[in-house]
Design a protein around this ligand. Structure first.
Ligand code: IDP
Length: 149
């Protein structure tokens, strides 16, 4: 099963959307195998968003993502990377389809509520930034017999 890294950003926590977001992930059939709420350090945030270091929005992105608690998860399942990107919706919420998290709960690209890795390579890198191997649980969900052919 593929794994991906998902974050409910500080705006999602402040707005009380953690339960709603986790519920959507679980109902889709994806399995949460690691989960933590914490305030991400500046060092971790800069490592996580390193590819955007030269972009004009980088300083405000780092300031925002470290501004309060966020929820980090490792999510597993069939094509978890692609499925989570679809569950989240387009980066700019204005373009996000209704039914996606961003399409239902966000308007501004700088306050788009959630993050999910954009490729399997990015997922491996981001999971390693935020979690130790020993923090990732290995278990079967009882509904996997119904979810998968
Ligand atoms: P993603 O979160 O959908 O993977 P990325 O392009 O990797 O999108 O951008 C990372 C984050 O940086 C976005 O989720 C968004 O919060 C922020 N961001 C991206 N582009 C802009 C911008 O043009 N202005 C402000 N923030 C931006």
């Amino acid at each position: 099963m593929e794994q991906t890294y998902v974050m409910v950003k500080p705006d999602g926590v402040q707005r009380g959307l953690v339960g709603e977001i986790i519920s959507r992930i679980e109902k889709r059939g994806l399995k949460i195998v690691a989960l933590r709420m914490n305030v991400i350090s500046e060092t971790t945030a800069k490592e996580h968003y390193g590819e955007h270091a030269a972009r004009p929005f980088f300083p405000s992105l780092i300031e925002f993502v470290t501004s309060g608690p966020s929820v980090s998860m490792v999510v597993a399942g069939k094509d978890a990377v692609r499925v989570m990107r679809a569950v989240n919706g387009a980066t700019n919420p204005v373009d996000a389809a209704p039914g996606t998290i961003r399409g239902d709960f966000a308007l501004d690209v700088g306050r788009n509520v959630v993050h999910a890795s954009d490729s399997p390579d990015a997922a491996a890198r981001e999971i390693a930034i935020h979690f130790k191997d020993s923090e990732i649980g290995k278990y079967s969900r009882i509904d996997e017999v119904c979810l998968y052919e």
